[in-house]
Design a protein around this ligand. Structure first.
Ligand code: GDP
Ligand code: K
Ligand code: MG
Length: 322
């Protein structure tokens, strides 16, 4: 029987542990990891002929290196290489929750969004076109209610599909084209002076399984130019088998991430050169965009999220016709 390794990633209080409990069942063996300061639980269960190993990771708002939780989650994703990541998102707090989603997309991981607290969203009268939001993000989005278990079967069906290689967003040409058409319409409407919509295929050899992301979050022409420049100098090292997505490395370096900086310097033969190119690009961004590259990257991600939500999320009072 095949084992699918799955990790739960999401903001604090979005319902990760509830999802973990309802999926793994309270009778299953649950053991705390030993030797780590942050709390991560592991559970096992069978579904549709597959064995699942599910890890409940600590809650985090970001994947930067600013807290032990953030570093721990990032390290788990890189070192444990889960087959699929469930990004649990609180449907009542989309803008903040989707920031982490945008960072996971940079990492090029196989992922599904569990749109949790869906009961509260329905109850609020606000509406979300989650299929369209999924197209804009290039990630399947499945509504769930962790507290009752609603939607959890759907979620794990999608996970099996992702594991077996079905790319729910990008594989079928017509779906992809439709997604890109909507993406461009959204972009033209809401982002007149930035080009966020991006169709950039990147193959990432993730734990021996090749995986193609069809949609990246485009950070605008200036930043994308810098990301490409840093990526290019990283990719000079032909013999290195990267555990990280090189795009993620480039973005993290432009965010002045000290942990990634250390890794690059200590493991890449041309590490010093990579840092020099990063410094040059960061300076170019500071001059051309009039803000530091870390802030520019954050702003670009929030710009993308805001635009995507304008297109898909409607407050109750906007729905009411008078
Ligand atoms: P975690 O911090 O991400 O692990 O979140 P928890 O699983 O501890 O859940 C935080 C709170 O949200 C708890 O009070 C849960 O009962 C509640 N909760 C979790 N999932 C749902 C859901 O889908 N709908 C509603 N209404 N509440 C939920
Ligand atoms: K909690
Ligand atoms: Mg929890």
């Amino acid at each position: 029987r095949r084992t699918i390794n799955v990790a739960l990633v999401g903001n604090p209080n979005c319902g990760k542990t509830s999802l973990f409990n309802v999926a793994s069942g309270s009778h299953e063996h649950v053991g705390n990891y030993s030797g780590v300061t942050v709390d991560a639980k592991e559970g096992h269960f069978d579904f549709q002929g597959y064995h699942f190993r599910l890890v409940d990771l600590p809650g985090t708002y970001s994947l930067s290196a600013y807290s032990p939780e953030e570093l721990y989650v990032r390290k788990h994703i890189i070192d444990e290489t889960p087959d699929v990541i469930i990004n649990v998102v609180d449907a009542g707090n989309l803008e903040r929750n989707l920031y982490l989603t945008a960072q996971l997309i940079d990492m090029n991981v196989r992922m599904v969004v569990a749109l949790n607290m869906y009961d509260a969203l329905l109850h609020s009268g606000n509406t979300l076109d989650h299929k369209k939001l999924g197209q804009l993000f290039g990630v399947p989005i499945v509504p769930t209610v962790s507290r009752t278990g609603k939607g959890i079967d759907n979620l794990f069906h999608v996970i099996i599909g992702l594991y077996e290689g079905a790319d729910f967003i990008g594989q079928k040409e017509e779906i992809q084209d439709e997604a890109m058409r909507e993406y461009r319409e959204w972009h033209d409407k809401y982002v007149p002076d930035h080009k966020y919509g991006s169709h950039d295929e990147e193959t990432h050899d993730f734990d021996g399984k090749s995986y193609i992301r069809h949609i990246h979050i485009n950070h605008g022409p200036e930043l994308e130019r810098s990301i490409d420049a840093v990526k290019e100098v990283i990719c000079k090292n032909e013999n290195i088998r990267y555990k990280y997505s090189t795009r993620f490395l480039a973005i993290k370096l432009l965010e002045n991430d000290k942990d990634i900086e250390q890794r690059v310097i200590s493991t890449l033969p041309n590490g010093e050169e990579v840092i020099r190119v990063r410094d040059k690009e960061a300076e170019r961004i500071r001059l051309s965009m009039n803000e530091d590259s870390e802030q520019a990257i954050t702003d670009a991600k929030y710009g993308f999220i805001t635009g995507a939500l304008k297109e898909t999320y409607t407050e109750k009072n906007e729905n009411t016709e008078m």
